[in-house]
Ligand binder design. Structure first.
Ligand SMILES: [Fe+2]
Length: 267
């Protein structure tokens, strides 16, 4: 049975036992689920609480994301105007399996390795996430087809073509491996299951990626949940997706995300 999110009495002052409970989950699956018992009074306070909370886990190297506010916090909500209109995360559409920042890889120690996804407001319907430890995906592929795994570890395995981002900025093509080790020897994954705007190194690598996706889709240990307000995911950039959702009446799904260049409790 799935473990319930760990209650956190005050996210600004995480207790030793609360921290230990979350770190135990991270050690087992590279992610932890929590439930804040206290609620911040407003959006600005929420940003502060998220930064203090993640600081308790050594997550301090924030990525400069184009959609982030000055605090490095991105609000994932449906955009009706502005530069984000039409970009999948800011619609009600499903998001395919991915790890965060797969288009922003600049070497094993300069990429997204940590992330928090915190629910401020849930959708009326849908908006479910599936979560999967990327180390487990690696092991499944190694067991099924070691040659396919080697192809996905090639330094040029997956290229995201150049594009214009959601603030109108040009982004150069981004090439790199799917699986790699950082300088501390931790396994990191850079991946998207989307079919468009992804170039695989060759036909064999594309076939390897299809094999990987089939294993991910069939994985019985993938966690499935719909985050409720105050709940969130603290992780070493594990695989995740999102189902489509609907907002009715005044409801407006709102998730906050911060990406980090380091892992939980690492440098
Ligand atoms: Fe994501």
């Amino acid at each position: 049975m799935a473990v319930a999110p760990t209650p956190i009495a005050d996210p600004r002052a995480v207790s030793d036992s609360e921290r230990a409970a979350l770190l135990e989950q991270v050690a087992a699956t590279n992610f932890a689920l929590y439930q804040w018992r206290a609620a911040p009074p407003d959006d600005d306070a929420l940003d502060e609480w998220l930064l203090t909370f993640t600081g308790n886990f050594g997550l301090r190297a924030r990525e400069d994301h184009r959609s982030a506010n000055g605090n490095g916090v991105v609000r994932i909500q449906v955009a009706h105007d502005g530069g984000r209109v039409g970009y999948i995360p800011y619609t009600t559409l499903r998001i395919a399996w991915h790890t965060d920042g797969y288009y922003n890889y600049h070497g094993p120690d300069n990429c997204v390795r940590g992330m928090i996804l915190h629910c401020a407001a849930a959708a009326s319907e849908g908006g479910e996430n599936r979560l999967l430890d990327h180390e487990l995906a690696y092991l499944r592929l190694r067991d099924a087809d070691e040659a396919a795994l080697r192809l996905l570890m090639h330094p040029q395995a997956m290229t995201i073509p150049e594009a214009t981002d959601d603030s109108g900025r040009f982004r150069a093509a981004n090439a790199g491996p799917v699986f790699f080790l950082d300088d501390a020897g931790a396994l990191v994954m850079r991946y998207t299951a989307r079919k468009r705007n992804v170039v695989w190194r060759d036909a064999e690598t594309r076939a390897a990626a299809e094999k990987l996706l089939a294993l991910i889709e069939a994985e019985p240990l993938a966690r499935r949940l719909t985050l409720a307000p105050g709940q969130g995911l603290l992780c070493n950039n594990v695989l995740h997706d999102r189902s489509a959702f609907e907002d009715h009446g005044d409801s407006r799904r709102s998730l906050c995300r911060i990406r980090f260049n380091n892992r939980i409790n690492s440098n």
